[in-house]
Design a protein around this ligand. Sequence first.
Ligand code: GCO
Ligand code: MG
Length: 402
Amino acid sequence: MKITSARVIVTCPGRNFVTLKIGTDEGVTGIGDATLNGRELSVASYLTDHVIPCLIGMDPQRIEDIWQYLYRGAYWRRGPVTMSAIAAVDTALWDIKGKMAGMPLYQLLGGRSRDRVLVYGHANGRDLKETVDAVGKYIDMGYKAIRAQSGIPGIDKAYGVGRGDMHYEPADARLPTNTVWDTPKYLNFTPRLFEKLRDTYGYERELLHDVHHRLTPNEAAQLGKALEPFRLFWMEDATPAENQEAFRHIRRHTTTPLAVGEVFNTIWDCKQLIEEQLIDYIRCTVVHAGGITHLRRIADLAALYQVRTGSHGATDNSPVCMGAALHFDTWVPNFGIQEYMRHTEETDAVFPHDYRFDDGFLHCGEAPGHGVEIDEKLAAKYPYDPACLPVARLEDGTLWNW
Ligand code: GCO
Ligand code: MG
């Protein structure tokens, strides 16, 4: 069997997505998500200029060998651009293998470990009241787990707050939007938000919160401690995790569960966090962590230390990533939860899929492969529209973590 074609499709049905489509001499095609929010064209070029010329003529059945070829053969290993490109190839090849076998992807991985996949939705509001109301709306929609992000008094354009009922899309301008950050205001406000949520809705549902890398390790320890009475499912990205050791300090001071990993792209980024059990959930995703082949290795390492998966699933991960992730989530023994930020209708139309939401859970389909396709004609109607993520500065102008 041979790869006879491979091409990158960039489309913008409300936001930019990059998709790799691989064709074979048996007429079977497969697709993979290659979207890296704000850096889409870097991955498109990496694929078009450096990967696709090597792929033509290769045997698409040799998924592992092609993964090793693209990882070790790159010489310049790791990094979000390289690993998103490898992920797209890997996901497309698993899609092809499923179609050749006539099996949904989860069967190829080892079959079902669960009947349905617990997901969490994104409730947000400009202030405490709006956020509390938004969580109520997600409860009414049947969600069992809800992430709450709120505007913070005195902070303009805080992370995580959509504009109106827009799906929260942080890549909001051609050049980075400047936002201002104030940690004391955030630390004063956030425990009050979760106290109000628990007073209003009780403890029946899981509440999550994304700190989004904005605290120092000690500030994160303070916040984790302050949130303990409100029993969060997790506190996400409490501090930047390049220095994995930093989480030892947080771990010493709080039992609030910790989740990290959406910005990671290889097992090396999280090896210490997992082996020292400094986190409870690893959030690496199919699209940014080298695809199914590598994410499986990360999950297996995590399982040795009772760390569970909690994959990233924002709107900037395309339905192709979501589809593949749901098959992964259906199989992986140490599953925790799957993020599920709904896509817009125009996005779903470009990426027809067979997964479905029901009463707080997602269900992957039974179609061979990952069950997601791309309507190329429709995709062509949405040309690339450059946009990138914001930056944050402190009140005094210091560049901070967004
Ligand atoms: C999340 C993420 C997103 C990111 C976005 C970046 O938990 O879903 O933190 O909100 O900011 O995916 O492109
Ligand atoms: Mg996050």
